[in-house]
Every structure is written in C-alpha cells, then in structure tokens.
Write a protein that binds this ligand. Structure first.
Ligand SMILES: Cc1cc2nc3c(=O)[nH]c(=O)nc-3n(C[C@H](O)[C@H](O)[C@H](O)COP(=O)(O)O)c2cc1C
Length: 210
C-alpha cells in the first residue's frame, strides 16, 4: 500500500492499520497528581527506554490542542509514575483511556488503587508489580505532527526482588506484564530465550534459563 492510499483509507480503518504497524508495544499506566491533589491515571503504549546512565525514559504525548490531564499534571508537579500493566488488571487499565472529566480520578473510575511512596509525589498503581517514579526532564516537540516526547529521569523503582535475576534482568512474565497491539489488543507473552551478547562472526547462544 502506498502513501496516498493510506491517506485515503476510512479514518477508523487507517487508525487501526497504522497503529498496528509498530508491532507489540509496552502497556503502561502513567500516574500523576494535580497541584490541588486530583489524581489522574491513563494508559500509554509509547513508553521507551532512552538510556541507562543516566537512567531515562520517555513517552509520546498526543497534541495538547485538547486538555490532556497527564500532561498538565506533569508540567505542574514535575513528577509522574510509570506502572507496567499486568494480565490481572488489563481491562481496568484499558478503561483509563476514557475521556473522564478533570474532577474524576481514573483510579476510582477503573477500580485501581493509588499507592504513594515517600520519594515520589505522583501516585503509583498498587496492583502493578513494576513501578517507576520519574522526575520531568524535558518535552521535545515533534514538529511533523505536534506530538511531544516527554522525558523523565528515573528517581525510584519499586519492584519485588524475586522478579529480578542476579544479572539485573527483570522477569516480565513473572510480573504478568502484558504486551499491547494497536490500541486495543492485549497479549500475554512467552519468552523464547535470552541470547548471548552479539559479536561479529559468532552465532548467538541461548543463555541458561533461570
Ligand atoms: C492502548 C492505548 C494506548 C494509548 N497510548 C497513548 C500514548 O502513547 N500517548 C498518548 O498521548 N495517548 C495514548 N492513549 C490515549 C490516552 O490513554 C487517553 O488520551 C487518555 O484519556 C489520556 O488521559 P488524560 O487526559 O487523563 O491524560 C492510549 C490509549 C489506549 C487505549
């Protein structure tokens, strides 16, 4: 299919088709709070790792031409949390995408539980087994379509030690973390293998499963 044909597809079909093209994505809930204490929670599938030292993560925020509570709260408080969506609560996580009024907490509306740590202003999702607290670093405007990449520095990670292998790898299957396709497909995963560090002229070997 060529660009003009993609552009002329019916809107809903095009949205589904193009949103499927980036393959499986991570499913995360971003927790924030307004200066007057109004909690907010929304699902995002554009979270990416930006670097380990300093430890940075980012996500894509749709154009702020309409009110975006997550964006407003991050700009006001400079704090947000990223919480892995797990198979035990993926339907509740999906519901946070609904356009609720500012006064409505998506925690209450979806039936998820806010959890606060001493070190992070924004609320975590108690049910999530991988919780990350971040401070706002910068917002990069993507001129091509008016979206922004919101970048945060990792200030805190709340993860049970039994999910972390001796070499630092987090066992996502054990955490129940789901993968997301398009805007509404939720998947449980099965690891094929972990592989040895790739070097020229070698064949990757499977690491021993722990
Ligand atoms: C599966 C899924 C993934 C989504 N990913 C994103 C995303 O990466 N970026 C974004 O701006 N909105 C994304 N959304 C839309 C937000 O969840 C939605 O706009 C939400 O209402 C934002 O809430 P807020 O105004 O309280 O911040 C996604 C929605 C769904 C259902």
């Amino acid at each position: 299919m060529l660009k003009p044909e993609i552009a002329s597809l019916p809107k809903r079909y095009r949205t589904n088709f193009v949103n499927s093209l980036s393959g499986f994505k991570s499913g995360n809930l971003i927790g924030t709070i307004s200066p007057d204490g109004q909690e907010n929670l929304a699902i995002f599938t554009s979270v990416v790792h930006l670097g380990a030292n300093p430890a940075l993560m980012g996500f894509i925020m749709r154009p702020v031409s309409v009110p975006r509570h997550t964006y407003e709260n991050i700009m006001a408080n400079k704090s947000f949390t990223i919480n892995h969506v797990a198979s035990s609560f993926y339907k509740k996580a999906h519901q946070t995408a609904a356009r609720y009024d500012r006064e409505v907490s998506e925690f209450t509306a979806s039936g998820l539980t806010p959890f606060y740590s001493e070190n992070t202003k924004a609320p975590y999702v108690k049910e999530s087994l991988v919780k990350i607290g971040l401070s706002f670093v910068e917002a990069l405007e993507i001129k091509a379509n008016g979206t922004q990449m919101i970048i945060g520095a990792i200030e805190e990670v709340l993860v049970s030690p039994d999910l972390v292998l001796p070499d630092g790898y987090i066992n996502l299957e054990k955490a129940g973390t789901v993968a997301v396709s398009c805007l509404d497909g939720y998947h449980q995963t099965e690891q094929l293998a972990r592989l040895t560090y790739a070097k020229p002229n070698t064949t990757p070997q499977e690491l021993e499963k722990k």
